[in-house]
Design a protein around this ligand. Structure first.
Ligand SMILES: [Fe+2]
Ligand SMILES: [Fe+2]
Length: 267
């Protein structure tokens, strides 16, 4: 079984900056290469209605490919993040609806998740992370995503939901999918507070702890716009974002960048 993986497509921003039909190019790639499954782990575009429309469009155009999705922070940009989360669950392939069995052996468990400052550096307080401001920069989620609870509580809710599903799926080969980073190993520390402050918003070590505790075979995530595919703690870890044009791309052409970015694994 072939699984194609790409996160952080940021369709709106990349389309505006490149002038290319980003989602159409992605569809073309999928139509040509025909993977059995496509997993996209968050940040399709800004806002739940647009992200849902893009997912539905892809599913309608490619009914033979199983499309699995978890939300990113950008997909939740809306006056009410809980309502945005619910909107995105209308996509049947949203893993927030529950685990998806791929075959007799393999199951995919996931949800978007959030962050709890566990990758934050020590010299700042929880209160500072919660405000999300360093110098003159405000973390965009603080402006565009609105949860009724504190970040740590939001993350805890995701962790308990995922733990329940992971416990139920024991005995199978599990692929865990979330948007946010599960291990500090994948978070870049630059020893510059203007960067490292915002590492608090990169993810939660809780996701990694669950992956280890429940012996998952693969973890797929996104959010950091750096591509990784490596074994870490015995887990095949894949972070495969498209990222932002131009500074995070290797090619000038959107077609080339999308075609070279998509990672295909076989199980
Ligand atoms: Fe992103
Ligand atoms: Fe993100």
């Amino acid at each position: 079984m072939k699984i194609a993986i790409l996160s952080d497509v940021h369709e709106g921003l990349n389309r505006k900056k490149t002038g290319a039909d980003i989602w159409g190019l992605l569809k073309e790639w999928l139509a040509t290469h025909k993977p059995d499954v496509f997993i996209t782990s968050g940040d399709i575009t800004s806002g739940p209605v647009k992200s849902l429309a893009l997912l539905n469009r892809l599913k309608n155009e490619l009914p033979e490919i199983q499309i699995l999705y978890v939300h990113g922070n950008h997909d939740l940009y809306h006056e009410d993040a809980t309502a945005a989360y619910e909107t995105l669950l209308k996509f049947a392939g949203n893993l927030g609806n529950g685990p998806v069995q791929l075959d007799e052996d393999w199951v995919v468990v996931g949800d978007g998740g959030w962050y709890d400052y566990s990758f934050g550096i020590d010299e700042f307080t929880k209160k500072q992370f919660s405000a999300g401001q360093y110098n003159n920069f405000t973390w965009p989620d603080k402006i565009h995503a609105h949860w009724p609870e504190a970040d740590g509580d939001v993350t805890r809710n995701y962790l308990s939901k995922l733990e329940k599903w992971l416990a139920e799926q024991q005995g199978k080969n599990i692929i865990l999918v979330c948007h946010f980073v599960p291990f500090a190993h994948f978070v870049q520390v630059k020893n510059a507070p203007s960067w490292d402050f915002f590492n608090a918003m990169m993810g939660s070590k809780g996701f990694g702890e669950l992956a280890e505790k429940y012996g998952v075979k693969k973890v797929i995530f996104g959010h950091i716009h750096t591509r990784y595919h490596e074994e870490y703690k015995g887990i095949d870890c894949i972070c495969n974002p498209l990222g932002y044009y131009p500074h995070e791309w290797k090619n000038d052409s959107a077609e080339e960048e999308i075609n070279s970015a998509i990672n295909v694994i076989e199980i």
